[in-house]
Design a protein around this ligand. Structure first.
Ligand SMILES: NC(=O)c1ccc[n+]([C@@H]2O[C@H](COP(=O)([O-])OP(=O)(O)OC[C@H]3O[C@@H](n4cnc5c(N)ncnc54)[C@H](O)[C@@H]3O)[C@@H](O)[C@H]2O)c1
Length: 358
């Protein structure tokens, strides 16, 4: 909460604190489907205003078994946001999640933070909403069957989001971990979907209209082979998202119309990293914002293979944080806390120490 500053009064400047519990309350209050729909539209709006933002590829620190990343972005008018996120694919064997995140929204006029938030859930939402946006623009309108490879933390969010943009009737799923498949089947019950537990990736993708690959291995692996990919398919490739971490056989990229989020980051982190900068420039068809604004065409026929080579960018986190902040204010949800000092004299920071002593 911000209050008007009047002479002689201390400005009251609280930050919204969005914990997991607060966010789940907010989502239940607003509605899961409505939250995902609103996020898709917030993303569509923010991507279509791409030029207004200061973007930068995320700095990443590679450590044994994982990567630690910061994702800053500024809209140059109102807000700056950043997310801290990791990816440690072996974490589940130690009972920890592969991807966790936290984030912050600051007002740019003063630089003061106005919200800090959990972003593990928000990352799953915004990744799914972005895939749905890309799928809406790139998949065949008649698409009904999805194959999902990797049924970990992101998977259910992905399917729920795809259902909002296509008339999905059938979901084929595969994971090398049978327990992850059990969990997915149990979570997706009652969604009016035909759920097919596949015995292999080849079986899952055979005849699918949309293929979503969201596996986690910190290596260049070939989860999806080119010979299994049929004409007309749309692929959302989510797990190739850092240096030396890709999921697709390279030949799939040669056969596909490739759409990315942000060239400067995707060329380092996406499936296209294997091309190198010059070839990637030639092979990438468009950034997502160019398809949204119709600067470039999306799918032009039923035969082409479209590939959304997703890495996840700061703009998507900005959209998720902005929507969360607006809804938290609308429903008066989220604790207001002062994580910045409240001072009579803004130069007298030491007064807090003196007050504590008394
Ligand atoms: N592009 C983005 O914006 C974005 C956002 C979030 C996560 N991700 C990426 O998505 C991936 C999945 O994330 P998560 O949070 O669901 O991780 P997770 O660890 O919860 O799930 C990954 C699943 O993939 C399975 N898997 C691994 N190798 C496989 C293979 N060869 N075939 C089939 N299944 C396999 C694992 O058993 C696991 O169940 C990660 O690589 C993560 O970095 C991308």
């Amino acid at each position: 909460m911000l209050s008007d500053f009047s002479d002689g009064e201390v400005e009251v400047f609280f930050m919204k604190i969005i914990t997991i519990e607060v966010l789940t309350t907010l989502i239940h209050r607003h509605g899961f489907k409505e939250f995902m729909c609103d996020l898709i539209e917030t993303l569509r709006y923010d991507f279509s205003h791409w030029q207004n933002f200061t973007h930068m590829p995320r700095p990443a620190m590679h450590v044994p078994g994982g990567v630690l990343e910061l994702m800053p972005i500024c809209d140059n008018e109102k807000y700056f946001t950043y997310k801290y996120v990791n990816c440690h694919p072996k974490n589940p064997s130690k009972h920890k999640m592969t991807v966790v995140a936290t984030g912050q929204l600051s007002e740019i006029a003063s630089g003061y933070p106005v919200m800090v938030s959990e972003m593990t859930l928000l990352t799953a939402f915004r990744t799914a909403a972005t895939s749905a946006l890309a799928t809406d623009l790139l998949s065949r309108v008649s698409a009904q069957t999805v194959a999902i490879i990797g049924t970990g933390a992101q998977s259910e969010f992905q399917i729920h989001a795809l259902k909002l943009v296509r008339n999905i009737k059938e979901v084929r799923y595969f994971d090398i971990d049978p327990k992850a498949m059990d969990k997915f089947a149990s979570n997706m019950k009652g969604q009016n979907l035909k759920l097919d537990r596949s015995n292999s990736i080849e079986e899952a993708v055979n005849g699918a209209d949309i293929i979503t690959v969201c596996t986690a291995t910190k290596a260049n692996v070939e989860v999806l082979k080119s010979k299994w990919v049929q004409e007309g398919v749309h692929i959302n490739a989510l797990g190739g998202d850092t240096v030396g971490k890709t999921e697709l056989e390279l030949d799939i990229l040669y056969r596909s119309k490739i759409v990315i989020e942000y060239f400067e980051q995707s060329v380092i982190e996406g499936e296209i990293q294997r091309f190198g900068r010059d070839e990637a420039k030639k092979r990438v068809h468009a950034q997502l914002n160019e398809i949204i604004t119709k600067k470039k065409e999306g799918r032009t026929n039923d035969h082409e293979i479209t590939l959304f080579d997703s890495v996840g960018i700061g703009l998507e986190d900005y959209s998720a944080l902005r929507l969360t902040y607006d809804l938290a204010n609308k429903y008066s949800i989220g604790e207001d806390k002062n994580l910045v000092p409240l001072l009579d004299d803004p130069k007298n920071l030491f007064s807090i120490i003196n007050e504590q002593k008394q």
